[in-house]
Design a binder for this molecule. Structure first.
Ligand code: PLP
Length: 393
């Protein structure tokens, strides 16, 4: 089959909820993807921040091959050997106390909402707690996660959504305080907003959140996109000295195997979900948790975080230089290897041209061209990216 036939056949069968690019991907190697015509693409999106180790990372491939041969799924009615190690590595890296594994980011958010509500129910002796979320946030597509997602046009067709959600302005602590009422139980926040436009929280804002947390309101950090080393620390809240009550994680947690998690600190775990309150069939299966364990071990052995910090600085400088030369770019945002170029107008055309020229980048809200390269990129790849972008611009 040729490219057009693949595309036509796919569109025949799949519900059309994505306007996809005209590319049929076939395989990946390192930080490159290849399409069915053999064309090579430098991947600066990594499957939207999933493929942290790039494609075909040898230790990861070997571990998963081994696990597929052993066992990929057992029910959560039994223990298995991968669960303990994956959980303890994740908890050690996050500073949290208890983990629940899910299959996706949106499910992690659902679990976080349930955990917060159950905690408040236990403490207050009644339900009806409210959550504050932020404009331009993104937390997922299921009804609960959609209810806390700050983009009106994602939410509107699906109303009525989960009640008890109020929205505040990101990086504006006064707007948060205005939304706090007697029923406020939690604040859900991305310390670097991803879909919303690669917008990091300010230090002031984080300080304000900490003060609100001290008054007894739970802080839920959604680390689905900005976590797992993306910003140069394992989790983005670690830049701010914030100790969240609940953390969500997914995307790069398995570096290509679908897996997410929500994590609770000691205080929250002690008064939250108990047997019968929550569950999942696939969540935390041996294949996914072998991936999680392997990812953490590779991060440690190869000191991925230092590499991200170094490459992140270089990427930042490179983008600042580009921005200086091109007046359609109004700013460079982000941290580490999570970067955005803000444009005067929509960068959709620029993104399309980059892809035609063998460079995969994506968009984000607020006219931002977003970059989430694999964490294992090298300076040469950043130079290669800059050359393509320069040409396109
Ligand atoms: C992608 C994302 C989600 C949703 O994750 P899915 O795996 O697509 O359900 C939630 N929160 C943030 C911050 C995300 O970037």
């Amino acid at each position: 089959m040729n490219k057009e036939q693949w595309i036509d056949k796919t569109e025949e069968g799949l519900l059309h909820v994505y306007d996809r690019y005209d590319v049929v991907l076939d395989h990946g190697e390192g930080v490159y993807l290849y399409d069915t015509d053999g064309k090579k693409y430098l991947d600066f999106a990594s499957g939207i921040g999933v493929m942290g180790l790039g494609y075909g990372y040898p230790e990861w491939v070997d571990a998963l091959r081994d696990q597929v041969g052993k066992v990929t799924h057992v029910s959560n009615l039994f223990y298995h050997t991968e669960a303990m190690e994956a959980a303890s590595l994740l908890l050690e890296a996050s500073g949290m106390e208890k983990a629940f594994f899910t299959n996706s980011g949106t499910e992690a958010i659902e679990g976080a909402i349930k955990a917060a509500r159950k905690y408040a129910y236990t403490k207050r002796g009644r339900a009806g707690g409210e959550i504050i979320a932020f404009e331009n946030s993104f937390h997922g597509r299921t009804i609960g996660a959609l209810s806390v997602t700050g983009t009106q046009h994602y939410r509107e067709p699906f109303e009525p959504l989960m009640p008890g959600v109020r929205f505040a302005e990101y990086n504006d602590i006064e707007s948060v305080k205005k939304q706090i009422g007697p029923d406020t139980i939690a604040i859900m926040v991305e310390m670097v907003q991803g879909e919303g436009g690669v917008m990091p929280a300010s230090g002031e804002f984080a300080k304000g959140l900490k003060q609100i947390q001290d008054s007894g309101i739970l802080i839920i950090c959604d680390e689905v996109q900005c976590g797992m080393g993306r910003t140069g620390k394992m989790f983005a809240y670690q830049w701010y000295g914030l100790e969240p009550d609940i953390v969500t994680c997914a995307k790069a947690l398995g570096c290509g195997v679908p897996v997410g998690a929500f994590l609770l600190n000691e205080k929250t775990a002690a008064s939250s979900l108990t047997p019968g309150d929550h569950g999942t069939t696939y969540g935390g299966n041996p294949l996914a948790l072998r991936a999680v364990k392997t990812v953490f071990n590779i991060f440690k052995d190869k000191d991925i975080l230092s590499h991200v910090a170094e490459m992140g600085d270089y990427l930042g400088e490179t983008l600042e230089n580009l921005a200086k030369k091109h007046e359609e770019i109004t700013g460079v945002r982000g941290k580490g290897l999570m970067r955005g170029l803000a444009f005067r107008e929509s960068p959709a055309g620029t993104v399309k041209k980059c892809i035609e020229n063998g460079l995969i980048v994506i968009t984000a809200g607020g006219n931002v061209l977003r970059m989430l390269p694999p964490l294992v990129i090298e300076k040469d790849h950043i130079d290669e990216m800059a050359a393509v972008l320069e040409k396109v611009l």
